[in-house]
Design a protein around this ligand. Structure first.
Ligand code: ATP
Ligand code: MG
Length: 423
């Protein structure tokens, strides 16, 4: 036999047995977003590399080491590692946000060259939301309330909690950055080489270090919240008040800064302890400067992205009663002269008149006994049986495959009514 070729490490196939759960999760995401009046936008998977470098920031993990980048003739292209940059690019390019508010969502694969492990892959999927043109904290609250509703719909609301912070204006962050660097300079003995490097390039990222000794020291570090500008402070207080009044629980986490450069003011993460180290299922925040930074008219933005693999894993872990439909309702079996056409015609008629049913026609020939085995294997509830005499008489036999009830001969003309009663 020829040598087989395997999938790329960290890039998963979704088995036919897993896709019903994925479709169920994606369906919930779509219906909740529709519920809030959001519109879907679809962007390409490949964008020009400088878009991500400019939007996400050169010194972030994503841009500095996780991007899949290649040359296409003389143009450098990248498989999108996240959706915000492409969405902002499209919004500017097509004028979606020119003198206009937009509440958009997208769903699809993202690519990051990371070390694959449970909940962390090289091709993964996100559903994301981007809202443009609304400066008020009300929209930040709406995004959080929307995600809380989704967790309820998915049956995972008891297993996720909300972390919230404000990282203020760029200027506030620069002031804070200096104070943090000054504080951390005395603790370089605790730092790895990578953390020392971050101290120079992106010191705020040290706040979410996994290095416990450094975390302990950070408890006494200056707090970003103390450096906030007045506008960010008021914005954050209004957001917290609204969440309190709506009964949304959260924890203010002064160390939450998020990985990407473009955020300002509100940042948030929904986290779970049920998935081990990969605990963040959804992250987002405000990015008021990004549209201008990418060449558009100054337009506020706020959004989030959730990792669908992590949501699917969490749903599998904690929600045991998802009503996943059996694959097939009716399996049509036939054998003998003139029965092929009769079977196809009956099946097509059922698909037209009872479109909610899943009707499968046996296509691989053989004796009835073998055909019934297939029907069992696909989990069909009923078989419709057509032999030569049935085909000639414009009849079928309906057989209940689960209850063992007596089979019945039904005229083709009565079949739809008969099945409607049975199902
Ligand atoms: P993490 O801290 O887990 O690396 P992140 O901050 O890099 O996450 P974001 O860029 O905010 O992640 O992406 C939003 C969400 O997408 C994450 O909360 C997570 O659920 C999911 N996600 C990010 N990277 C991966 C990945 N490599 N595999 C699977 N899901 C991912
Ligand atoms: Mg990451």
């Amino acid at each position: 036999m020829a040598k087989t070729i395997q999938a790329i490490r960290g890039m998963n196939d979704c088995a036919p047995t897993e896709s019903p759960l994925w479709q169920w999760v994606e369906g919930k995401v779509r219906s909740v977003l529709a519920n809030y009046g959001y519109s879907e936008a679809r962007m390409p998977i490949v964008e020009s590399t400088p878009l991500f470098a400019r939007a996400i920031g050169e010194v972030t993990d994503v841009v500095s080491k996780e991007m899949y980048t290649f040359w296409d003739n003389d143009e450098q292209l990248t498989l999108r590692p996240e959706g915000t940059a492409g969405c902002v690019r499209a919004a500017i390019e097509h004028g979606w946000i020119y003198n206009n508010e937009q509440r958009l969502w997208y769903m699809g694969p993202m690519f990051r060259h990371e070390r694959p492990q449970k909940g962390r892959y090289r091709q993964f999927h996100q559903a994301g939301v981007e809202v443009f043109g609304i400066p008020n904290p009300e929209i930040d609250a709406e995004l959080i309330i929307l995600t809380a509703r989704l967790w309820k719909e998915l049956g995972i609301e008891q297993h996720v909690s909300l972390q919230l912070n404000s990282i203020g204006s760029l200027e506030a962050r620069q002031n804070y950055r200096s104070a943090l660097v000054e504080f951390l300079q005395n603790h370089q003995d605790l730092m790895s080489d990578e953390e020392k490097d971050r101290l120079v390039k992106n010191p705020l990222r040290i706040l979410d270090t996994k290095n416990q000794a450094l975390q302990d020291v950070l408890n006494n570090a200056p707090k970003l919240l103390d450096y906030l500008d007045d506008e960010s402070r008021t914005h954050f207080a209004q957001l917290c008040d609204l969440l309190d009044a709506m009964g949304i629980q959260y924890e203010v986490n002064p160390k939450l800064v998020r990985g990407l450069d473009y955020y300002n003011k509100t940042v948030f993460e929904w986290v779970t302890s049920a998935l081990g180290a990969q605990g963040t299922v959804c992250g987002g925040g405000r990015y008021d400067g990004l549209v201008e930074q990418l060449g558009g008219h100054a337009t506020q933005g706020v959004g989030f992205a959730m990792g669908l693999e992590r949501l699917v894993l969490l749903v599998q872990e904690v929600n045991k009663d998802i009503p996943l439909q059996s694959a097939v309702d009716i399996y049509v079996v036939f054998a003998g002269e003139g029965t092929t056409l009769a079977a196809f015609q009956v099946a097509e008629k059922l698909r037209s008149e009872l479109p909610h049913l899943r009707v499968m026609t046996h296509c691989s020939g053989g004796k009835f006994q073998k055909q019934f085995k297939r029907a069992d294997k696909v989990g069909a509830k009923f078989a419709i049986v057509i032999g030569e005499s049935e085909a000639q008489a414009n009849q079928v036999v309906v057989k209940d495959l689960h209850s063992g009830a007596e089979q019945q001969t039904v005229a083709n003309a009565d079949l739809v009514a008969h099945l409607t009663q049975l199902l």
